[in-house]
Write a protein that binds this ligand. Structure first.
Ligand code: IPM
Ligand code: MG
Length: 356
């Protein structure tokens, strides 16, 4: 088969990690007889530098003409404080919204070879970590009305509105329950229903779904308690579903307990193609261009692309097994421990591609 893939290389370490992921994809193509056609799409700070805006016209259309999108990372201090249309983050949120990517899947797995990289107690790590964070991605406070205005007696005031509709909650909830059916059949829904009205609505919709998916075990977890449970006993979680901002925060926490944020992939999907695949880490401008970045999160994002966009589970497994095989040999980049000296981005990509 032939697949068309949009590449958003982005800023900072983005281009370096995407190059390694493409290397691995091409190795998969060779082994399994697929061809991948790549189209570069400009988005992020690099787009601001090139054409003056971070989300150039035609970006969404260029992505929609492809079967899937692979994104490195966007952002950096260079564009902080710029007007909204020049900020890389604005472009990232816009592309998520324009492609209808409301479901963000962020698996946090403690890979067997990396048990020692887990910063938690040995007894805790030994129980294993294999959870799927399902983050709502196109609603909530990220997309609500924002404002900033003068007050008479309190100086300037700013507001960000958090809104959720039943429709938005139900569709992400269904995704979570469906995924749980393919895993260990357990859903934890994370909210702040003791304070927020959006959370109380969230909870009532989730309870309705829990009755419908009665074969799946369900529970509510308050977000502050979830943050604590993730470091106390992460093995208790299978699928964790939550709103946009809680998911942003909890997924960084979940990544760290698996050893390094440089290891975790993500998939953003909607009801229609293309899906967007990206590492959960940022653009790491401090190490950009130095061949130090860990490409594994982006490479594992390609595995998610094979699984969720192309329905190629064997190809996905080949990528995951290649990563595990390289890790089992002790190879590591500078962001986590292994045997001997850390290797660079390119070498890590070469080693993984060679195992395919
Ligand atoms: C993420 C990132 C983004 C987010 C930023 C860069 C806007 O932190 O994908 O988790 O908050 O969604
Ligand atoms: Mg984040």
């Amino acid at each position: 088969m032939n697949y068309k893939i949009a590449l958003i290389r982005g800023d900072g370490i983005g281009p370096e990690v995407v190059t390694e992921a493409v290397k691995v994809m091409d190795a998969v193509g060779q082994r399994f007889g697929h061809t991948f056609d790549y189209t570069d799409v400009l988005l992020g700070g690099c787009a601001t530098d090139a054409v003056g805006v971070s989300y150039p016209e035609g970006t969404a259309e260029a992505c929609k003409a492809c079967d899937a999108v692979l994104l490195g990372a966007v952002g950096g201090p260079k564009w902080d404080g710029r007007p909204a249309e020049q900020r890389p983050e604005t472009a990232l949120l816009a592309i998520r919204k324009d492609l209808g990517l409301y479901a963000n899947l962020r698996p946090a797995t403690l890979r067997p070879a990396l048990a020692d990289a887990c910063p938690l107690k040995k007894e805790t790590a030994e129980k294993g970590i294999d959870l799927m964070m399902v983050r709502e991605l196109t609603g909530g406070i990220y997309f609500g009305k924002r404002d900033r205005y003068d007050t008479e007696d309190r100086g300037v005031e700013a507001t960000d509105l958090m809104a959720y509709s039943e429709m938005e909650i139900e569709r992400i909830g269904r995704r979570a329950f469906e995924l749980a059916r393919l895993r260990r059949k357990s859903v934890a829904s994370v909210d702040k229903a003791n304070v927020l009205e959006t959370s109380r609505l969230w909870r009532s919709v989730m309870h309705r779904l829990a009755e419908e998916y009665s074969d799946v075990e369900y529970r509510d977890v308050l977000v502050d308690n979830c943050a604590m449970q993730l470091v106390k006993d992460p093995g208790q979680f299978d699928v964790v579903v939550t709103e946009n901002m809680f998911g942003d925060i909890l997924s960084d926490e979940a990544s760290m307990i698996t050893g390094s944020i440089g290891l975790l992939p993500s998939a953003s999907i909607g009801d229609t193609a293309p899906g967007l695949y990206e590492p959960i880490h940022g653009s790491a401008p401090d190490i950009a261009g130095q061949d130090k970045a860990n490409p594994i999160a982006t490479i594992l994002s390609v595995a998610m692309m094979f699984r969720y966009s192309f329905d190629l589970p064997n190809e996905a497994k080949a990528v995951e097994e290649a990563v595990d095989a390289v890790l089992a040999e002790g190879w590591h980049t500078a962001d986590f421990d292994g045997q001997g000296d850390a290797i660079g981005t390119k070498k890590m990509g070469d080693l993984i591609a060679a195992k395919i």
